[in-house]
Design a protein around this ligand. Sequence first.
Ligand SMILES: Nc1ncnc2c1ncn2[C@@H]1O[C@H](COP(=O)(O)OP(=O)(O)OP(=O)(O)O)[C@@H](O)[C@H]1O
Ligand SMILES: [Mg+2]
Length: 235
Amino acid sequence: MLEISELTGGYFPRNPVLHGVSLRAASGSLTSVIGANGAGKSSLLGAVFGFLPHVSGQITLDGKPLTGMKSHSVAREGVRMVPENRGTLPSLTVLENLQLGGLGLPAPELRHRVEAELDRFPRLRERLRQRAGMLSGGEQQMLAIARTLMARPRLLLLDEPSQGLAPVIVEQIFALLGTLRGGDMTIVLVEQDVGLSLEISDYGYVLEKGRVTREGVASTLLADPYVREAFLGVA
Ligand SMILES: Nc1ncnc2c1ncn2[C@@H]1O[C@H](COP(=O)(O)OP(=O)(O)OP(=O)(O)O)[C@@H](O)[C@H]1O
Ligand SMILES: [Mg+2]
């Protein structure tokens, strides 16, 4: 369980962009944080992953405090993030990117996990020797997710996987994320695509100007008139 309580933080000491955010993501669940541009979604993930410079409040994973830890220490606790810019290495091949995601694993386990990810993302198998920089946007997003899953994280943080992708690709990626639910991994997804993300989520939070303004079971939130009007453009 990821538990964030009364988190205030930002990039400068007296200028917080998050104001008293509290959030719980149950183990094995998929939790969405939805909000407009600039709401603080990436900053919130940054705070969990240890690169928001000024934070107060508490962040714990299965009871262990993560607050104030540097990213490499957070990563050692089994946390991984797929950043907004995807973070794949463009000059390396698909295979090399996947192998990097499993850095330090014994060779048989590494091979096993690469195979598992290629089964999960057949498009990547077809492009195994291709440089990541030559992939389409959707394929790069798939690679970014697959590479992160190589580490079998306990907590997976996803920053706007839909960004810049064609709707049909977004649907494929979200369908896949939905299949990751209910396993050992806790997933926090931040998104502007409110409809799709709530559809695959267990629980959701609405973030506005650095504050949680609504939360609830994803299906309930999706039916909430305020959410529908503010984020889905329907009354
Ligand atoms: N590196 C930074 N330095 C200073 N301010 C920043 C930095 N990154 C973001 N901010 C500010 O923090 C606030 C929240 O930004 P954040 O990137 O967390 O929003 P977001 O919800 O992820 O938006 P988007 O949907 O556009 O990705 C904004 O006002 C933004 O200008
Ligand atoms: Mg962002």
